[in-house]
Design a protein around this ligand. Structure first.
Ligand code: GLN
Length: 549
């Protein structure tokens, strides 16, 4: 039978509940348990797919193509057994949608449909389905205790505690313990209030994880324990860490996994955290430092590209390289030129939607290509590379994606339905492969050309990566672009372009898919490793032959 650990948050948002949950998953997994992880989001949107990255950060895509909250990215990066998917992320909107559908079908047999029990029952069923057959299911509840929206979720997890019993359910509450500089005092009151709020709706936390700048002094720990009715040793100090990957060890040292195991009556082997210490050690002792420019649209909110930033860091961990990422607005490149890219050892153009700054991205690609600077393009970053090659290598003036200009004379990137009509190609495509107008989502197989940079990076020719896009390379232009020097080194089962590269360049590679979603710190990712190796060579002055010629 699966046991549950419910993680709630209090005082303020953005305390790192997702990371805390992921780290708890990591240390429990390090004790031999299988883990599943669920995020419950109190907002009304049915899924985060339509939410602006400015407000909500990245949309993380799971293997099965579900568009989820970015916390699911943390879970997958920290916990190997946690495989996110359709059953791992539920919003209020999705819960209500499902209840209303049932009501319309008459499934409630004429009952008055109410928050309790119908919405709470639906939540409990979703949680139990998402838990699968893991030993422990960690359930993070978004928002902060006291929000109107989170009440049905909190009520559902309260009920689960009663139904499953205290030896199958653990409540963890994350709070903030602020340090007031002017009076040099640590304040425990917000934590006391937050727990009081939680207890008023019937949940007594078993463990408190207290976020603070510095480690919590014993007297504060005592005070918090006394006022919140939590055992002193179960008040865990989650002080600011200079490295995310130190957190599993920090929590383990304070016995967090032991407290959970004891409450659930589990007799477990000791935690093996050696992989995490190896990561921390690798980060602390880099052999080289490189500068990588990331040229995109949402540069003020780094969370918009969190998986990509992490994947680049993982590439650094596995090559002993400190990767300094410089976030540059593509609009700035449009307004002030490519000057800021001059001292960079590598350039990344990430995925994105909408035309803002698109010409700046195209100029960025041209600069990387002409100056032999390692280039990695992701999704839109591949599409702009194709546009740049069309314009400046194949001489197709005005080439563009129809996402940004419907009237372009050369729609080198377009919806499948648009470019298939161009040649009157009426070849039947099955339902699945014809994604024109809709999003291509989730993991799909890609075949790489033997001997290409792509295949050499992966060390194989058959791979699987996750997608999230609508537009595709227009196959009608492939011949012309190939003749101009662009290699199509990866294709999908239905012959859509998945990867491009340029051979007379030290490293020019781009993918239609998002490799960052499958990178994790322990294993790294082949594409990011090989990119960082090229970036490092560039930084060491091993200048490419093309640039010297
Ligand atoms: N906007 C582009 C498309 O829809 C690229 C999407 C992305 O980069 N994720 O195809």
């Amino acid at each position: 039978m699966t046991s549950y650990v419910f993680i709630t948050g209090g005082v303020v948002s953005s305390l790192g509940k997702g990371i805390t949950s992921a780290c708890l998953g990591a240390i429990l997994e390090a004790r031999g348990l299988t883990i599943s992880m669920i995020k419950l989001d109190p907002y009304i949107n049915v899924d985060p797919g339509t939410m602006s990255p400015f407000q909500h950060g990245e949309v993380f895509v799971t293997h099965d193509g579900t568009e989820t909250d970015l916390d699911l990215g943390h879970y997958e990066r920290f916990v190997r057994t946690a495989k996110g998917g359709r059953h791992s992320n539920f919003t209020t909107g999705r819960i209500y949608e499902s209840v209303i559908r049932k009501e319309r079908r008459g499934e409630y047999l004429g009952a008055t449909v109410q928050v309790i029990p119908h919405i709470t029952d639906e939540i409990k069923q979703c949680v139990q389905r998402g838990a699968g057959d893991a030993d422990i299911c960690l359930v993070e509840i978004g928002g902060t205790v006291g929000d109107i929206e989170s009440l049905p979720f909190l009520e559902a997890i309260r009920q689960m505690g009663i139904e499953l019993g205290h030896d199958h359910v653990v409540y963890v509450h994350l709070t903030l313990v602020p340090y007031i500089k002017t009076s040099s005092e640590i304040k425990t009151k917000p934590t006391q209030h937050s727990v009081k709020e939680l207890r008023s709706i019937g949940i007594q936390p078993d463990i408190l994880v207290c976020r603070s700048e510095k480690p919590l002094p014993d007297e504060s720990r005592k005070k918090i324990a006394l006022f919140t009715n939590v055992q002193e040793k179960a008040v865990i100090s989650a002080y600011d860490a200079d490295d995310l990957y130190k957190i599993p060890e920090m929590m383990h040292e304070q016995g967090l996994d032991d407290i959970v195991a004891r409450q659930l009556g589990l007799d477990l082997p000791p935690a093996d955290l050696s992989e995490w210490s190896a990561i921390v050690a690798a980060k602390q002792n880099p052999e080289a430092t490189v500068n990588v420019a990331m040229v995109g649209k949402y540069m003020d909110l780094k969370d918009s590209y969190i998986s990509l930033v992490e994947a680049l860091q993982h590439g650094g961990i596995h090559t002993r390289t400190r990767v300094n990422i410089h976030f540059i607005e593509s609009r700035d490149i449009e307004e002030h030129g490519v000057g800021r890219l001059e001292n960079m050892n590598g350039i990344v153009v990430p995925g994105g939607f909408g035309d803002r700054g698109i010409e700046g991205k195209i100029d960025t690609v041209q600069f990387a290509r002409e100056n032999g600077i390692p280039y990695l393009g992701i999704c839109l970053g591949m599409q702009v590379a194709v546009i740049e090659a069309a314009r400046n290598m194949a001489g197709l003036k005005g080439a563009m994606s129809t996402e940004f200009n419907k009237q372009t004379p050369h729609p080198v990137i377009a919806l499948i339905t648009e470019w298939r009509d161009m040649t009157g190609d009426t070849e039947e495509r099955n339902e699945d492969s014809d994604k024109g107008g809709t999003m291509r989502l989730g993991a799909q197989a890609v075949t790489l050309i033997d001997g290409s940079l792509a295949a050499r990076s992966y060390g194989k020719t058959e791979i699987e990566e996750r997608h999230r896009h609508r537009y595709e390379v227009n196959n009608n232009y492939r011949e012309q672009l190939s003749a101009a020097g662009l290699t199509f080194s990866g294709v999908s089962v239905d012959d859509l372009v998945e990867m491009i590269e340029i051979s007379d360049h030290p490293f020019f590679l781009a993918s239609q898919f998002h490799p960052e979603f499958t990178s994790n710190p322990r294993d790294g990712h082949p594409l990011f490793k090989s990119f960082i190796i090229a970036v490092r060579e560039h930084s060491q002055g091993k200048l490419p032959e093309v640039a010297e010629a």
